[in-house]
Design a protein around this ligand. Structure first.
Ligand SMILES: O=C(NO)N[C@@H](Cc1ccccc1)C(=O)O
Ligand SMILES: [Zn+2]
Length: 156
């Protein structure tokens, strides 16, 4: 499909708590695909459903080196449904973040250095992983979106 408009600061959907996904159906797949196409068009390394106006608990983590994040590690994009943090490092690390919903801003944000996380894939299967560094950062940034938190609410 064609990229969708990305909701920006002030749009109420960005400040809601997104609802858990219960139906792993064709509609969910279509929404995930729209999010992927929209993220790609914006050269994003992640995107959360609320950013395309969908208040559901899923996001995409897709770290890749591009002109916006030249040092980003490369990984295959992962659609994470009903994501959870199971454990997190005490160590926090500051790093630059941008947000497709907060155009033109780059802010230094403190995040956990590593995370143990779980999520469901589009077929409903549960997965676990330990994430660290920039990928852990993207996960935390996207999870914030599912809880109605954007970069601007994270400024120290
Ligand atoms: O706005 C989003 N996702 O919500 N996209 C951000 C994701 C991100 C997260 C953390 C650090 C850098 C970048 C982007 O610039 O591609
Ligand atoms: Zn964002």
């Amino acid at each position: 499909p064609t990229p969708l408009p990305i909701c920006v600061t002030g749009d109420p959907v960005l400040y809601q708590i997104a609802a858990p996904v219960t139906e792993f159906d064709a509609r969910l797949e279509a929404l995930a695909h729209s999010a992927m196409v929209t993220m790609d068009a914006a050269k994003g390394v992640g995107i959360a459903a609320p950013q395309i106006g969908v208040s559901l608990r899923f996001f995409i983590v897709a770290s890749r080196a591009n002109e916006r994040y030249p040092d980003a590690p490369n990984m295959a994009p992962v659609v994470m449904v009903n994501p959870c943090i199971l454990a997190a490092s005490n160590e926090l690390v500051a790093g630059e973040e941008g947000c497709l919903s907060v155009p033109g801003k780059r802010l230094s944000i403190l995040r956990h250095q590593w995370l143990d996380v779980s999520w469901q894939s589009l077929d409903g299967e549960t997965h676990h992983a330990r994430l660290e560094g920039f990928v852990a950062r993207i996960f935390q940034h996207e999870l914030d979106h599912l809880d109605g938190i954007t970069l601007l609410e994270r400024i120290e």
